[in-house]
Ligand binder design. Sequence first.
Ligand SMILES: C[S@@+](CC[C@H](N)C(=O)[O-])C[C@H]1O[C@@H](n2cnc3c(N)ncnc32)[C@H](O)[C@@H]1O
Length: 274
Amino acid sequence: MPRLIRAALSKSGVGDPARASSGVDVVGDIAIVRLAEFSSPEKKKVASALLSELKNVRVVMEQEGGIEGEFRLRKLRHLAGERRTLTLHRENGCSYRVDVAKCYFSPRLSTERLRIARQVKRSERVLNMFAGVGPFSIPIAKIAGASVTSCELNAYAAELHEENDRLNKVERLVTVIKGDASELPRATKSKFDRILMPHPSEADRFLPTALRMAKAKATIHYYRHVLGEDEAEAAEGLREELSGLVPDAKCAVRKVREVGPRWLEMAAEIRVRA
Ligand SMILES: C[S@@+](CC[C@H](N)C(=O)[O-])C[C@H]1O[C@@H](n2cnc3c(N)ncnc32)[C@H](O)[C@@H]1O
């Protein structure tokens, strides 16, 4: 169990820390906790303890269930502090306005985002098919100086992405297309050197579109949630899926993070043929 929850539990005096289901995500000044095992008064006590433990936190929300729907949203309930879901989050030298109830955002992907931004060369044209409020696209523009086209179906997330482009002074490098990634070939005639597909529950459906948008020798970053006892088993599962979708491409596969019991988020770097 994460240290922050353990500290708040022992401070709140609600008993056995082993009952807490999982961690706390801090997005800007909003802490999001999962406390399904606790009664309502216990949840309030833990939330008040978190508010006093975490000096930068002004709001505590409970996440009920998983991340769901087309826009990949959390179902949130207010527990303590101010009543709002909009915040400013800082990560990898960039700032993001995020509404944690109306847009997808996970602080757990910050290392992955930096890893990708560091691979990109200034001369590349990058497409991010599922951009959210911009946390993959903006560091690519800011760190690598490359031009990025972002696509996002959630109109409010796309609006915040454009606001975040200005906030980070990359609006001349980043273009946001508001709409469905499967319509991209109609929205732009451009082809790309690098394509990001950070939508692990649905990416397979969009791989044919990504291949249409790719230049020869392009790299596609393909993310998937894969069932497996360990990284080796999940890697095998992902390779098997890809052998049906892109039979003759080279793929390097690795683990990004654990997302649930026996579920791993995996990444494949697909090298498109010349
Ligand atoms: C897992 S989230 C990742 C967002 C962002 N890359 C991040 O890391 O914060 C997937 C995103 O894809 C968006 N999305 C879902 N279906 C889409 C589609 N058909 N076309 C474009 N975006 C879509 C969702 O609204 C969501 O913001």
